[in-house]
Structure formats: structure tokens, C-alpha cells
Design a protein around this ligand. Structure first.
Ligand SMILES: [Zn+2]
Length: 412
């Protein structure tokens, strides 16, 4: 029976605002297909989610500041002695350490108390308390990934407009990160810019366990559309434009977030301590002692040592021809030594004032083919694009996801 798939899709969106279940092909290279000619992608089925979703009858508890495992369980008539016994069980250390905004589920039935929470891999940890006895098990319910669609036009800030359209905070954060490589939010955003996002929510037996990743997004900035989709290549999840380019750059703009530049790269600078003309071959970032310093690109540590001028410093070799240097560090992060592998954004050390430094700051250098370069002016290359092994599969996914995203619209 043909009813016009796009029409059906739009109807689903209109009737049940932006919630639908779908089956989508996995966007990772660990796929299974016999040969290229049988390369198929599972079609998306758009079934509106049941309006009276099967919610379990249990108390969902959102942990607030000051809440402890003890203060939470005592309300369910578990005896102090039992709670203390559980508290001393080393196997349960992680389970009972509660952080603000954690969610746990508690049911009390026939004298038994069930405490449930999800771990970071979405396993359901269940603690069953029976008087003075207790039992702990890890379970895996069938996880359901439900795609959510949101669309908005920017009328004030990207953040405020996204919030108004009901985009969860974590998804907005991801969106800002993904497009932040290409769009300068302070200068490039215009009123009327449009954003469409397809992201997934992860449910387990009707419980929303987590707002998941963005699967695909479209950003119309000053009339130009940028489409991206998620893909996992060599075990790393990244976002790629539809022409297979990684949106991520191989280097972060700065090794410290939101730090002020206190001294620019300058080949003719008068040195503040030595008082002689001595080139300043890097960029200085003013920051408090102890501020984490992040490695700007993937690489291998070449040196992590002390010198009289640089103090504690780290040199990182990146693939091909790049090297970065981080100097005057208070100290190194754990495991940072010669030969250690580092990943972009990983904390490698902490701001200090060791060596020839007037105050706490980070001295950052960028070398290309052994030559000093101004770190602020360098145009970083994009991180690895889709490789030939994944290209065909990726192109199929692009087709599938851009079709979904360009055909859904809830804005009339
Ligand atoms: Zn410097």
C-alpha cells in the first residue's frame, strides 16, 4: 500500500510533535555485510511512539545537593544497620556514590526494596534489599533508541533559541561543539539562521536513560547549508560533512579554554626578564596556577621534562609534520612521559610559572616541519576524513540521513 512516505512522516511529526521511533543503520565501520553488491541500509520505520508509554510504577528520584544514599534509602524504611552494611560493601562503592542530578529508581513491594540505576554503559544495576539481606545484579534491558527531531530559527542566541525549541542541554552543547569548528558564534550568526537536528534518546523499558548523540544536523548560516552526520571510524566517533570531510580540526584553537592571550608570537620581542631582544616564539595564555592544559591534537609525547628556560614542559609530536610545546607547567598530568599517546583535548599538565616566567601562564608553541609558527595564525588541517574503506557505506548513510532531515519540517 502506497500512501506517500513523506506525507506520512510529516503527519507523524505534526500529530505527535517530533517524537518517532526509527531503525537506522549503524554509523560505524564495524558493520557486517557480505559483499559490496549487497550493501543495504535498513529502512527507517516511522512509527509514532505510544502516547501512554509503558512507564514502570516506581519512584524516580533525582539526586539533589545534600542527598546521600543513606538519606534516600531511609525514606523507604530500610534499617540504618542494613544501609550501613551496604555502605561498607566495596563491590557497591560505585553504585552508592550519588552525584547531583543522578537518577535512581526505587520500588517497595512485598517487603522488598528495589534500587535501580543505570551505569554509563546503560546496564541496569539492581540492588534488592530484603530486611537485613541484600543482593546486587547487573542487567541489560533491551535498549530502545528513539530519534527526536527538533527544528528552530535563531531569533536571539543559538543557545536561547534552541532551549525554547525544547532541545535538551546536552544536545545543544554537542551542537555548539560540532558547528563551532566552522562557525564563530559571536560573529557569524544571523537572525533567521535555521537549525534542524536529529538526535537519539535512549530508553530502557520506558525510562529515558539518556539524551544521546546527534545523528544528523543541518545548519543554515547566512543562507548556506551545512549538513553533518555522525560516523565512527577507527573507533572514534566524529561528525563529517556530506562530502566526507571531518568537521573536527586536527588541532584545537587553544590549549586552554577561554584564556586571555597575554603575549603574542613576536620574532622581535624584548624579553621581560632578560631585557634583550629575543624572539617570542609562541603564544602566552594568562591563567591561574593549576588550570588544566589540554593537548591540542592527537599525538605522542616526545619530551616531558624540565629546562631552565621552559621550566616543566611537554613536546608532542603529531602525525606528519607538526609539533606542539607546552611550557612553564606547574606539573604534568598522570602518565605523561616520553612515548605516551595523547588524544586531542586530553589534559596533559597544569599551568604554572616554572622556568623563566614572570607569573603563571602557559607558553604554547606550534612547529611545522621543525619551524616555529604563530599558533594563532596557523590554519589547522581537518582531522582525518572518511577513508576509502568506509567511503561507500558512508555515502549510503549520507543519502539516508539527509533525506530524512531535509524532508521533515515542523515549521509551517
Ligand atoms: Zn611565552
Amino acid at each position: 500500500m502506497y500512501t506517500g512516505s513523506h506525507l506520512k512522516l510529516i503527519l507523524a511529526i505534526l500529530l505527535i510533535p517530533s517524537v518517532f521511533i526509527f531503525l537506522i543503520a549503524a554509523d560505524s565501520e564495524n558493520r557486517n555485510f557480505n559483499n559490496d553488491s549487497e550493501l543495504t541500509i535498513e529502512k527507517i520505520s516511522l512509527t509514532p511512539i505510544d502516547t501512554d508509554i509503558n512507564l514502570p510504577t516506581e519512584d524516580k528520584i533525582l539526586i539533589k545537593s545534600g542527598d546521600t544514599f543513606y538519606s534516600t534509602l531511609i525514606k523507604f524504611d530500610v534499617s540504618p544497620a542494613t544501609i550501613n552494611k551496604i555502605g561498607k560493601d566495596r563491590k557497591l562503592k560505585k553504585f552508592i556514590s550519588l552525584q547531583v542530578n543522578d537518577q535512581i529508581y526505587i520500588t517497595s513491594k512485598n517487603g522488598l526494596v528495589f534500587v535501580k540505576r543505570f551505569d554509563e554503559d546503560f546496564y541496569l544495576d539492581v540492588l534488592t534489599i530484603d530486611g537485613a539481606k541484600y543482593e546486587f545484579e547487573k542487567k541489560r534491558d533491551n535498549l530502545e533508541r528513539i530519534a527526536q527531531f527538533r527544528e528552530f530559527e535563531i531569533s536571539d542566541s543559538l543557545y536561547a533559541s534552541g532551549k525554547k525549541a525544547g532541545v535538551p542541554e546536552s544536545v545543544l552543547g554537542d551542537l555548539i561543539y560540532i558547528f563551532g569548528w566552522d562557525i564563530d558564534y559571536a560573529y557569524d550568526i544571523r537572525n533567521g539562521d535555521k537549525v534542524k537536528i536529529l538526535y537519539e534518546d535512549i530508553f530502557s523499558n520506558g525510562r529515558l536513560v539518556s539524551n544521546g548523540d546527534i545523528l544528523a544536523a543541518e545548519f543554515t548560516n547566512k543562507g548556506t547549508k551545512i549538513n553533518v552526520i555522525r560516523f565512527t571510524q577507527k573507533g572514534r566517533k566524529d561528525y563529517y560533512t556530506t562530502d566526507s570531510n571531518n568537521v573536527r580540526k586536527a588541532f584545537l584553537r587553544t590549549p586552554i579554554e577561554l584564556a586571555r592571550i597575554s603575549s603574542h608570537y613576536n620574532p622581535n620581542r624584548k624579553h621581560p626578564i632578560l631585557n634583550t631582544i629575543r624572539a617570542h616564539k609562541g603564544t602566552d595564555y594568562a591563567a591561574k596556577t593549576g588550570t588544566p592544559v589540554k593537548v591540542t591534537g592527537d599525538g605522542v609525547i616526545k619530551n616531558a621534562q624540565y629546562s631552565n628556560s621552559y621550566g616543566n614542559y611537554i613536546d608532542v609530536m603529531h602525525y606528519n609534520k607538526y609539533m606542539t610545546r607546552y611550557a612553564h607547567l606547574q606539573g604534568f598530568a598522570k602518565g605523561m612521559k616520553k612515548g605516551a599517546k595523547v588524544t586531542q583535548g586530553q589534559t596533559i599538565g597544569y599551568v604554572g610559572s616554572t622556568g623563566l616566567a614572570t607569573g603563571p601562564h602557559l607558553h604554547y608553541e606550534f612547529h611545522i616541519n621543525g619551524k616555529h609558527t604563530d599558533p594563532v595564525k596557523v590554519e589547522p588541517p581537518n582531522a582525518q576524513s572518511i577513508n576509502s574503506y568506509n567511503k561507500k557505506y558512508f555515502d549510503k548513510l549520507v543519502e539516508e540521513r539527509t533525506e530524512i532531515i531535509s524532508n521533515i519540517s515542523s515549521i509551517q
